[in-house]
Write a protein that binds this ligand. Structure first.
Ligand SMILES: NC(=O)c1ccc[n+]([C@@H]2O[C@H](COP(=O)([O-])OP(=O)(O)OC[C@H]3O[C@@H](n4cnc5c(N)ncnc54)[C@H](O)[C@@H]3O)[C@@H](O)[C@H]2O)c1
Length: 376
């Protein structure tokens, strides 16, 4: 199926607008349409991208255009239904992260993609950064087993991504046709699916589970703590402890509450060394190990980015780098964390996704705040 691909963007808001610009410029793609419930925004994006066609209804887009693939960049709660709809129209899907908001939705997406034999990729661009591949190889050695650093003893990750109260409360509006209560989509269980975990830290979780997984069990605490997050439902601060199937232990910290923090990092420690990724830089102390025992990728392979990997997957009829079964793992982790918080107990993998959403302790609701406390 090599050749120029007809494509469209569903939800050309912030990130979807970037996708439209990128696809319009790409010589292997032809952006034929954008689709958004906000028609004015869709027209603006179309105008700067070759005056492509504009739709406000995904069904019409899929009925009327002959598409090779769509990019889905809508709010999270629509990733699953729109992926399934596109798959049923035999259209390949590059869906933004997170995969979906729960495991039932992930499974429906996997079935729809496999049944209709369409490619399904995800917006996990950090997986293409060489620092993570280096950490993976350093930790796992040439054989791909954790153990290159001696017996692996522990893991640590810190993922802090500050978001203001305004970020949540001024996000775009939900689609009134989808039956969810009106209002903005971020900061709500039903439409965002979680807070820091599913929106920002899902990138960190995807990389971390790749480098250190698979997980055996975890136990978590979460709350909504920052004053300026008083009016959101979802978590802004999370602490997790876990064990892996390999027998090591670890901790993870997540927060969207801290305006000033030290750099994010993760570290894999073994009896004879460690490897750490901080600010996309790798440091390692493996003085007890020979470099040649590692498969270290010193150079980017050609076409090493999310979009070109997806185009290649269509052309070569293979899975993209992060197929849906792999993208599901970060949602399984998130759902395990939320379930542990709700049920106040250790959760074992594979996770039975039985909860809807947790009722979190929101510190600001104990002592109602004034608007100025919330950053307005
Ligand atoms: N990969 C990354 O690093 C990255 C970065 C930013 C955002 N994202 C992801 O991109 C997605 C969009 O995020 P955003 O910040 O651009 O949000 P946004 O609110 O700015 O844009 C979402 C767009 O979807 C539109 N929309 C809503 N319902 C629709 C429907 N039924 N049909 C068509 N369009 C509809 C909205 O009107 C809006 O224009 C999210 O999944 C987010 O997590 C990924």
């Amino acid at each position: 199926m090599a050749g120029v691909k007809n494509c469209a963007v569903i939800g050309p808001g912030g990130q979807g607008g970037n996708w439209a610009d990128r696809l319009h410029k790409h010589k292997e793609c032809k952006l034929v349409a954008v689709c958004d419930i906000n028609e004015g925004r869709a027209k603006q994006v179309a105008a700067r991208n070759g005056n492509c066609n504009v739709y406000t209804d995904v069904n019409q887009l899929l009925e009327k255009e002959r598409l090779d693939f769509v990019v889905i960049a809508t709010p999270h709660y629509l990733h699953a239904p729109f992926t399934i709809l596109a798959a049923e129209h035999d259209v390949n899907v590059l869906c933004e992260k997170p995969m979906a908001i729960n495991l039932q939705q992930c499974d429906e997406m996997i079935i729809a993609a496999r049944k209709n034999a369409v490619k399904l990729g995800f917006g996990f661009q950090h997986r293409f950064e060489l620092s993570h591949q280096y950490a993976y190889d350093a930790a796992r050695g040439a054989k791909g087993d954790l153990g290159s650093l001696g017996r692996v003893t522990d893991f640590q990750m810190q993922a802090k991504h500050y978001r203001s109260g305004t970020y949540y409360l001024t996000s775009s509006q939900v689609d009134p046709r989808t039956g969810v209560a009106p209002g903005q989509w971020r900061g709500r269980w039903q439409t965002e699916g979680a807070g820091i975990l599913i929106n920002q830290a899902v990138h960190d979780l995807d990389v971390f589970q790749y480098v250190v997984g698979p997980f055996k069990a975890l136990s978590a605490h979460a709350a909504t703590i920052a004053k300026e997050h008083a009016l959101i439902e979802v978590e802004d601060t999370v602490a997790v402890s876990f064990t892996t199937q390999g027998g090591a232990v670890g901790t993870m910290m997540f927060s969207s509450s801290n305006k000033n923090t030290p750099a994010n990092f993760y570290r894999v420690s073994g009896e004879t060394g460690y490897v750490e990724v901080r600010n996309n830089m790798v440091t390692a102390d493996t003085r007890y190990k020979n470099e040649e025992d590692w498969e270290v990728p010193f150079q980017h392979p050609p076409r090493h980015n999310l979009l070109e990997n997806f185009i290649d997957a269509i052309d070569k009829d293979v899975d993209p780098l992060i197929p849906p079964e792999e993208a599901r793992k970060s949602i399984e982790l998130i759902r395990a964390i939320l379930k542990s918080v709700q049920e106040e107990r250790t959760i074992y993998f594979p996770v039975k996704d039985t909860i809807a959403y947790p009722t979190l302790h929101n510190l600001s609701r104990d002592n109602p705040l004034k608007p100025e406390d919330m950053g307005f």
